[in-house]
Write a protein that binds this ligand. Structure first.
Ligand code: CP3
Length: 355
């Protein structure tokens, strides 16, 4: 494999000096891009797109062809693991994901098995290998998974939830069942991410979208606890290269100090915390990724630049910052706004001293 031509994303995660602040965008391949919508139409539906490595590779590359992004992220979904467990995943148009066979009780949990990344999930590692070849060292490739807690919310609720009544019912009524479910998911995620690393992922990230639905105590026990055990099991270097790990829990700013001690290299921030305050709390034990409010991209090009400057100024000088949004980009955003953001982050940060 060729050496990386642009490694500032990896360097920033390892808190090594960089020439500019690296930037990538959560959900950078997606519906805001007309070329994505065209490829999805060609695939027929979203899951087929994820399960066809050539098409997953094609959409992974699309945002990189438009913008000077510093990382690629595998095009896939966090729900591939429960899908491979046989829960009957469907993405209904405009409706979000649903499972026809959700996890209801202890018996259902006992029937779950850790999916084989070389079996049911082979399409994911095939996509990773293909994307690495296609990237040819341009930028690093990020592999990812959902966190055990976030996956459990979808598996128990049977889809997206507003109140988490079923999954919290299980957590409060039978914490040992919940722990058992999280343990199976932790093993599955560790196995899955290591397979992505072996196939060529150069960094990995765990998305914990619903960590913030828990109390701080339950977050630390059930969500951060299982992510920490995954971090301990991951390949931290592969093929002679360090593999940085990023944890992103949305709505868990109450636990930044604990996230900094999780063993991860980077922590993703949502937009509800000042990144300078977050940096003081983690006291530079980890790199920080984030945290522009995704809705800023609805405002003018000048406003996008002003708010991006503020995030960089709030972080302060030094390396250890990966610019991103505080959550995924919305489908209604004009691609030109993303170009303004990416170019501005590079231009402004180049004039600073990022040692
Ligand atoms: O960041 C990237 O560009 C990589 C691709 C990626 C997708 N999903 C593609 C996708 C990643 C990293 C994800 C992660 C994901 N999936 C999360 C965690 C991150 C987050 O946003 O909080 C979650 C919770 C999911 C589950 C999921 N997938 C939901 C709830 C939905 C429906 C909501 C929606 O936005 O439509 C999806 C579908 C999905 N995943 C789309 C994309 C591009 C839209 C599908 C389409 O084309 O209609």
């Amino acid at each position: 494999m060729p050496p990386l031509k642009n490694d500032r994303f990896i360097r920033a995660l390892l808190r090594q000096p960089v020439d500019k602040t690296p930037i990538w965008i959560m959900r950078q391949a997606g519906r805001y891009l007309p070329e994505y919508r065209a490829t999805r139409q060609k695939a027929g539906d979203f899951l087929t797109l994820c399960k066809t490595p050539e098409l997953a590779c094609e959409v992974t590359m699309q945002p990189l062809d438009r913008f000077e992004l510093d990382a690629a992220i595998l095009f896939s979904d966090i729900l591939t693991i429960p899908d491979a467990m046989g829960l009957g995943l469907e993405f209904k148009e405009g409706d979000g994901p649903t499972f026809s066979r959700p996890v209801k009780n202890r018996r259902d949990i006992n029937q779950l098995a850790v999916p084989d990344p070389g079996g049911e999930l082979r399409y994911v590692t095939d996509a990773v290998s293909l994307i690495r070849r296609e990237l040819d060292g341009r930028v690093p490739l990020i592999g990812f998974s959902g966190s055990p807690w976030t996956l459990a919310t979808y598996m128990v609720e049977g889809g997206t939830s507003k109140d988490f009544s079923k999954v919290k019912g299980m957590l409060y009524d039978s914490p040992s069942d919940m722990q058992k479910l999280l343990d199976i998911l932790s093993d599955s995620v560790a196995f899955y991410l290591n397979a992505q690393i072996e196939a060529g992922a150069q960094a990995v990230m765990i998305f914990d979208t619903w960590g913030g639905a828990l109390t701080p105590e339950d977050y630390r026990r059930f969500s951060l606890g299982s992510m920490t055990r995954i971090v301990e099991k991951l390949h931290r270097s592969y093929d002679g290269n360090t593999i940085p790990v990023t944890l992103f829990s949305k709505g868990a700013n109450h636990s930044l100090a604990d996230l900094a001690n999780s063993g991860a290299n980077g922590v993703g921030l949502d937009w509800t915390v000042n990144i300078g305050d977050a940096r003081r709390i983690v006291s530079d034990k980890v790199a920080l990724q984030g945290n522009l409010d995704p809705a800023i991209l609805y405002s003018s090009h000048d406003s996008v630049k002003q708010h991006a400057k503020k995030v960089m100024d709030d972080y302060g000088h030094n390396t250890g910052h990966i610019f991103n949004l505080g959550h995924g980009i919305h489908p209604a955003i004009e691609p030109e706004k993303v170009k303004t953001l990416v170019d501005y982050v590079h231009e402004y940060s180049a004039s600073r001293n990022l040692k």
